[in-house]
Write a protein that binds this ligand. Structure first.
Ligand SMILES: [Zn+2]
Ligand SMILES: [Zn+2]
Ligand SMILES: [Zn+2]
Length: 151
């Protein structure tokens, strides 16, 4: 892994968050670790605006760059909220789930469905009806409605 510098192995205090950022190919600065820590702590997906509120000392550019690298490395999911503002969540260690998104404020919540996701049936159907695809390996499914605050 060429992008991991020498200092990586010398740093005895590194933690999983730090490792994850290194693996995404960027340096694990305090700001970037703070972004990842918040994503890890949040129960539900969080928007960039919310991240900025929680991290007033971290530059917006740094938040964007961290998210971009972590999404690229597959550690963070970017959720299309149907608005210009996406939401973000940690990807690893998560059970398969779907999202409910408020059409008014964009607030996003994780919802688990049955153990065997019923949408897999639709996925198989999509594969069966597809002319171009050899395999369909995953799906994401978003529901839209009004949150309790906006209803
Ligand atoms: Zn709402
Ligand atoms: Zn989620
Ligand atoms: Zn599903």
């Amino acid at each position: 892994m060429p992008r991991i510098s020498e200092s990586y192995n010398e740093d005895k205090d590194r933690d999983p968050i730090q490792d994850m950022i290194w693996m995404a190919g960027i340096k694990a600065t305090q700001s970037r670790m703070a972004v990842a820590e918040i994503l890890k702590a949040e129960k539900n997906p969080i928007s960039i605006a919310e991240l900025r509120k929680k991290l007033p000392l971290v530059s917006t550019a740094s938040i964007y760059r961290t998210l971009e690298a972590l999404v690229g490395a597959g550690n963070v999911n970017r959720i299309n909220t149907g608005t210009p503002h996406a939401s973000y969540e940690m990807a690893f260690g998560r059970k398969h789930h779907h999202h409910v998104i408020c059409t008014k404020c964009g607030d996003t919540e994780d919802v688990e469905t049955a153990k065997d996701c019923p949408a897999l049936k639709v996925q198989h159907l999509a594969r069966a009806n597809s002319e171009k695809f050899f395999s369909i390996t995953e799906h994401s499914l978003e529901f839209f409605g009004l949150c309790k605050k906006c209803a």
